[in-house]
Design a protein around this ligand. Structure first.
Ligand SMILES: NC(=O)c1ccc[n+]([C@@H]2O[C@H](COP(=O)([O-])OP(=O)(O)OC[C@H]3O[C@@H](n4cnc5c(N)ncnc54)[C@H](OP(=O)(O)O)[C@@H]3O)[C@@H](O)[C@H]2O)c1
Length: 211
């Protein structure tokens, strides 16, 4: 299957490598195309650098928007037409980073990134919030853990988005556990109770009540 990854920085590059290792075909794009081209060249046959964000979506059923929260809305507007009918997976946390690396929240307290992103998507796009709960280095080192796989939590309202994000979480080397619908996505974000946890399936289900 083919998945588009828009944003090939800290988290997008790890997601891309993990999905490629699991057998997924990837179409990549980034702001200046250079990081997408470099990553595609490192990965080899499984990944190609697209000519741009809209081109990345060609032939892909799903797109991962591995973008800083502050650029998400603009990129969604740029690719809105081809997004209808596609599954959109978003790992973004609603934070910005200053020159000293300090994080500050960019949404009002109590408003989750999932709710905000859902409001920016065109009708027909199917949203899942996932792949943003762990720092990139921990995501990289936790894949294909044995004997017990590590869990990645996700939130989705749409059934097809849920099935597809579960497939990609497994492809990346993790066990998927649903935290709930998009209204639960605040639990996945920086500051949320499921953020930063590396747990196995039983521990994860006890935290989500088996949702
Ligand atoms: N890094 C982590 O450990 C981590 C962990 C969990 C969640 N997250 C979340 O993931 C999101 C991305 O974080 P990050 O650390 O990966 O950020 P990053 O390293 O700054 O990467 C951002 C990527 O977005 C690309 N980009 C920017 N504007 C674009 C545009 N208009 N069109 C296409 N691509 C564009 C950049 O392209 P260039 O490469 O060309 O600059 C870059 O590849 C954030 O919301 C963050 O909260 C990050």
């Amino acid at each position: 299957m083919t998945t588009a990854i828009i944003g090939t920085g800290g988290i997008g590059s790890v997601i891309t490598r993990q999905l490629a290792a699991g057998g997924e075909t990837l179409r990549l794009s980034s702001a200046d195309h250079e990081s997408a081209r470099t990553l595609a060249a490192q990965i080899g046959q499984a990944a190609v650098a697209a000519a741009g964000n809209r081109d990345a979506l060609r032939g892909a059923d799903t797109v991962v928007l591995a973008l800083r929260f502050t650029v998400l809305k603009g990129v969604i507007a740029e690719i809105a037409g081809p997004l209808a009918g596609k599954v959109v997976i978003v790992p973004s946390n609603p934070v910005s980073t200053d020159a000293h690396g300090n994080l500050s929240r960019v949404l009002p307290e109590g408003q989750s990134s999932g709710k905000a992103v859902a409001g920016w998507l065109p009708a027909g796009a199917r949203l899942a919030m996932a792949f943003g709960t762990l720092p990139a280095d921990l995501l990289e080192s936790s894949a294909n853990r044995s004997p017990e796989p590590a869990v990645l939590f996700y939130a989705a309202d749409d059934d097809r988005a849920g099935e597809e994000v579960e497939r990609l979480i497994r492809t990346a080397g993790f066990e998927p556990v649903k935290a709930g619908g998009i209204e639960q996505s605040g639990r996945l974000e920086v500051g949320g109770d499921l953020h930063g946890l590396v747990v196995g399936p039983a521990g994860a289900r006890s935290l989500t009540g088996g949702a």
